[in-house]
Design a protein around this ligand. Structure first.
Ligand SMILES: [Fe+2]
Length: 593
């Protein structure tokens, strides 16, 4: 039985395909269309999923869409009526979208795939999120929390999953949304909403949370484990262009201008920004204020999540928790939930945001609608497209690119380790690309984490990167506890997907300066041999050569572009940056040759 899942028309469009309960493929549309956060109908990811399964659209047994369009229309109409006439523009813009695409999604799916209407199912948005985590977790029973910007009506839902059913009996409704609160500050800090949230998280450790009292004027905790926003500070309920209003600005000051370079007095002026501005001290002051705001909203977000999750833990009595929805990508908050909520084990799948709901939709269809037993656990994130050595070789020959073909995996690893030790920055393109927003060793830029200058070197070579862009350590799982402070690192599933931020042991700050964040933490990826044998072998080989089985991993893309998909994307990124070497499968391309 083949089931296709689709999510689109809001944030990140994606498709995923399940055969007899086993995941075959899952990919976000932006990787194929090359349009960052592409939310349109995911024609190309659907095509990829069908090819990977070796079937045509007509051979699908079911297609499941990740939300219920009419419920969402109901929410938009209601919030428009409540806030009319401010909301006229939201109404007009939403209606254009709804009439053209969203309400007719069933017809589009029918036309594109050639399957009958009665084979198309619709799963509620938060249930899709919940299913995306619980049904591929190793848990037979657990609490489930979904939390995001907004789905149809809901902004958060929680309950318990047991076997093949999920009951979400507690819910929070628009406009009271933790995702939208965080996004309002993302916009205030000059970043793009739904894109710059990780930058707020990265900026926070450069500041002090000295404005939490002000942020708490916007939100309050309720005794039932929920929270509410004071809507008099926001405009997202009636505007498509502004998240917050004048009252918010009175409280926090003028918003930070977009694209301003970020530096503070403590970190100094990064050399890769060019010449130091004459008003350096003044800019530092402004940046420090904004870093304090980032630290404050991050702290309040975490406190709200601790409030929600501790309440959920007490109410359900469960020891395990599945988290999904965009807020689940806040790896700093996830680690605090692990430490403080009373839950002992957490599962989050790597595409925790809206794209991942395509996976949830199929799992819901298979288990909850069709009643099929569970037989699948997600152990890794490598569900995208891969390219054969033959395809890579043809590409390099057709484009006349000088390269070396390695005779064996051993030879390849030796060459790469040697370059890493020489301080070179390497584009690493291997196997199937990752599901979700993080590069986890198949579409990664790699470097030596022991070099204290490496952050600046990578930032200078990969142009225009902000200093709070994460440089994460990928560590062979058996060695993780040597460097990082967390018990039983092998058992924590979110570490496979860089979804926890953990303290680096003080005695290793000097061992791993390039991946230790300003507050002494790191967004660790534990690498398992079974999940990614080649990447594991590379890290181990680097460990044999240096005594430190850790590499610096950052995503293989330039600023504002999706992570690379094809060898051609990788080569183009390599050429437009100052990366030293590019590895495509068994082929090595050096820039200086
Ligand atoms: Fe969502």
């Amino acid at each position: 039985m083949n089931i296709l899942g689709v999510s689109c028309y809001y944030h990140d469009a994606a498709a995923a395909i399940l055969r007899d309960g086993q995941l075959i493929a899952a990919a976000e549309e932006e990787r194929f269309s090359r349009s960052k956060h592409d939310f349109g109908f995911p024609k190309l990811s659907i095509k990829f999923c069908l090819e990977q399964a070796g079937i045509t659209g007509k051979e699908l047994d079911y297609v499941v869409f990740y939300e219920k369009p009419f419920l969402k229309l109901d929410r938009i109409l209601s919030s428009v009526l409540q806030t009319y006439p401010y909301s006229y523009r939201l109404f007009r813009e939403s209606m254009v979208g709804w009439v053209l695409d969203k309400l007719w999604v069933a017809s589009t799916l029918q036309a594109e795939l050639g399957i009958p209407r009665n084979r198309i199912l619709f799963c509620e948005h938060h249930l899709s999120h919940a299913a995306s985590a619980f049904f591929c977790s190793p848990f037979e029973e657990s609490a489930v929390l979904t939390i995001d910007g907004v789905g149809e009506w809901l902004t958060a839902a929680s309950g318990v999953g047991r076997g093949t059913s999920i009951q979400l009996d507690r819910q929070m409704q628009f406009p009271h949304s933790l995702g939208l609160l965080y996004s309002a500050f993302t916009a205030f800090l000059g970043f793009e909403v739904n894109e710059g949230e990780y930058k707020v998280m990265g900026m926070a450790p450069y500041g002090t949370p000295r404005y939490v009292d002000k942020v708490w004027k916007l939100a309050k905790l309720n005794d039932d484990g929920s929270f509410s926003l004071d809507m008099s500070y926001f405009s997202f309920q009636y505007s498509t262009t502004r998240m917050f209003n004048e009252r918010f600005i009175e409280l926090f000051g003028e918003p930070r201008r977009p694209n301003l370079p970020f530096f503070t007095e403590a970190m100094g002026f990064p050399p890769y920004f060019g010449e130091m501005p004459s008003d350096f001290a003044e800019q530092c002051k402004a940046n420090e204020y904004h870093a304090d705001i980032a630290a404050s909203i991050q702290r309040v977000t975490e406190d709200i999540l601790i409030h929600i999750t501790s309440h959920l833990q007490r109410q359900t009595g469960q020891k395990k928790l599945c988290i999904a929805g965009g807020v689940g990508l806040n790896s700093v908050a996830n680690s605090r939930i692990l430490r403080e909520s009373g839950f002992e084990e957490i599962f989050i799948q790597p595409a925790a945001g809206d794209s991942g709901a395509a996976l949830g939709a199929i799992l819901w269809g298979y288990h909850s609608v069709l009643g099929k037993p569970r037989s699948f656990q997600l152990e890794h994130a490598y569900w995208g497209q891969q390219f054969s050595q033959g395809e890579i070789c043809s590409f390099l020959r057709d484009e006349n690119i000088a390269h070396q073909q390695m005779a064996s995996e051993d030879a390849l690893l030796d060459q790469v380790v040697e370059r890493l030790r020489q301080g070179k920055v390497i584009g690493w393109h291997q196997g199937r690309f990752e599901w979700g927003p993080r590069a986890l060793g198949n579409r990664s830029i790699l470097a030596d984490p022991r070099n204290p200058k490496m952050k600046d070197i990578v930032n200078a070579k990969i142009k225009f990167r902000e200093p709070y862009r994460p440089f994460a350590p990928s560590v062979a799982v058996e060695s993780a506890s040597r460097y990082f402070k967390l018990d039983r690192m092998v058992d924590h599933h979110p570490l496979r997907y860089m979804l926890y931020v953990v303290p680096v042991k003080e005695e290793h700050y000097e061992t791993l300066p390039a991946i230790t964040h300003v507050d002494g933490t790191a967004r660790v990826q534990t690498v398992f041999k079974e999940a990614n044998p080649l990447y594991y072998a590379l890290i181990s080989r680097f460990g044999e050569a240096t005594g430190v089985p850790v590499v610096l991993n950052t995503s293989f893309n330039l600023r504002g572009e999706p992570i690379v998909t094809t060898p051609a994307n990788a080569y183009s990124t390599f050429s437009r940056s100052e990366m030293d070497s590019l590895v495509l499968g068994n082929f090595l391309v050096d820039k200086d040759k």
